[in-house]
Design a protein around this ligand. Structure first.
Ligand code: ATP
Ligand code: MG
Length: 369
């Protein structure tokens, strides 16, 4: 397969961890005979410095034409003046919106070697393997905002189509996993949540009768995520609830440096969509892949950042945008193997020797088979 991947290193440790992910993707490409082309573009603070804009037109244009986008992180103290007219984070919001990336996936499966790093008791974490699917382009974050001196309001709006498409995506994922879907809302209070619940129930009954669906109120979900995380498979929810629950879920895994994410849009129909070399068919989904951690300015430029979250984001890219399931598994198994072997960067190494970003990356490449 030939595929074009746009790489947006961004700021802080972003360039260090994306370089690691690209190296691993190249190695997997060689191993399986794929020709991946990597094209670097500017975003965030680096883009502001070079062009004055957090998302230059050339970057967006390249992303639209690409088969997938791999991103590092944006932001840092240099651009954090709250009075500044342009900020690095605007670049990230703008690209998500422009590419129509409505489904944000965050898999959380704490690795046995890293259980001690979580604030949750290890016996509750054994066997946890869940995926949060957060609606990313609707709801209260995008509704009309009004403000007077003494009142303020944010409108929360969803239409059936927005709910259906993200629920379908979650159901498809559940089908490839353990077949269980937990839909989270606040249907006892919110009208949008009642529409969410009705729509979810209908989509599952009509299109995914094999999926086991349960509804949960967001407040009880917040509790159960910590008290019985093992019971969940795929969790689907609206934008703001998902924002909060995914941060909470990330604590199950211990280090930020281990968690990848995927933000997915519609199935690609553009001319450059990844084509299978044999039959020319297109199976691609437009997607943006990034570690969930930020730019970590405190450790940037020292070569000690944990590259695993970025490398695992590369695995999600292969799976969801290029349809390369075996290749994705191969990366995930390699990361798991190096964790088993105790190849820890400083964030994971409680005591003992910590390896550098480069050593960790080389260890993963050595394990690819
Ligand atoms: P953002 O607002 O961009 O999400 P943040 O303020 O949440 O950023 P991060 O940049 O994610 O914070 O960093 C939080 C802490 O975690 C920092 O101390 C950072 O050094 C550490 N950290 C984050 N990512 C990594 C990584 N890949 N490897 C090692 N340490 C990391
Ligand atoms: Mg953060």
């Amino acid at each position: 397969m030939h595929a074009d991947i746009v790489v947006l290193p961004g700021d802080g440790i972003g360039p260090e961890v994306t370089a690691a992910a690209v190296e691993v993707l190249r190695a997997v490409g060689r191993r399986y005979g794929h020709a991946f082309g990597f094209h670097e573009h500017l975003i965030g603070g680096a883009a502001i410095d070079a062009t004055g804009e957090p998302l230059p037109a050339a970057t967006l244009e390249a992303a639209r034409r690409a088969d997938a986008v791999l991103l590092g992180a944006v932001g840092g103290p240099k651009w954090s003046d709250p009075k500044a007219a342009v900020r690095p984070e605007q670049g990230l919001l703008a690209i998500r919106k422009a590419l129509g990336l409505y489904a944000n996936l965050r898999p959380v499966a704490p690795h046995p070697a890293a259980l001690g790093a979580s604030p949750v008791k290890p016996h509750l974490l054994t066997g946890v393997d869940l995926m949060v699917v957060r609606e990313l382009t609707g709801g209260i974050y995008f509704g009309e905002k009004t403000r007077t001196a003494t009142t303020a309001s944010d409108l929360c709006e969803y239409d059936v189509g927005e709910i259906e498409r993200v629920v379908r995506r979650a159901c498809t994922l559940a089908r490839s996993r353990r077949g269980k879907l937990t839909s989270v809302d606040k249907a006892n209070v919110l009208e949008t949540s009642r529409l969410w619940r009705e729509t979810t129930t209908r989509v599952v009954a009509r299109e995914f009768p094999d999926i086991q669906l349960e509804h949960q109120l967001v407040d009880s979900m917040a509790m159960h995520l910590l008290s019985r995380p093992r019971e969940y498979d795929v969790i689907v929810t609206e934008n703001m609830f998902g924002d909060i629950l995914t941060d909470e879920a990330s604590m199950l895994a211990g280090s930020l440096g281990l968690l990848p994410s995927a933000s997915l849009g519609e199935v690609a129909r553009h001319a450059g969509a990844a084509r299978d070399a044999t039959d020319g068919s297109r199976s691609a989904t437009i997607g943006l892949y990034e570690p969930i951690h930020g730019s970590a300015p405190d450790i940037a430029g020292r070569g000690i950042a944990n590259p695993y979250a970025a490398i695992l984001s590369g695995a999600l890219l292969l799976r969801h945008s290029l349809g390369l399931e075996d290749e994705a598994d191969c990366i995930e198994k390699a990361v798991s193997a190096v964790l088993d072997a105790g190849v820890f960067t400083a964030d994971l190494a409680a005591s003992g020797r910590a390896v550098s970003t480069r050593e960790a990356t080389e260890a993963v490449i050595e394990q690819l088979q």
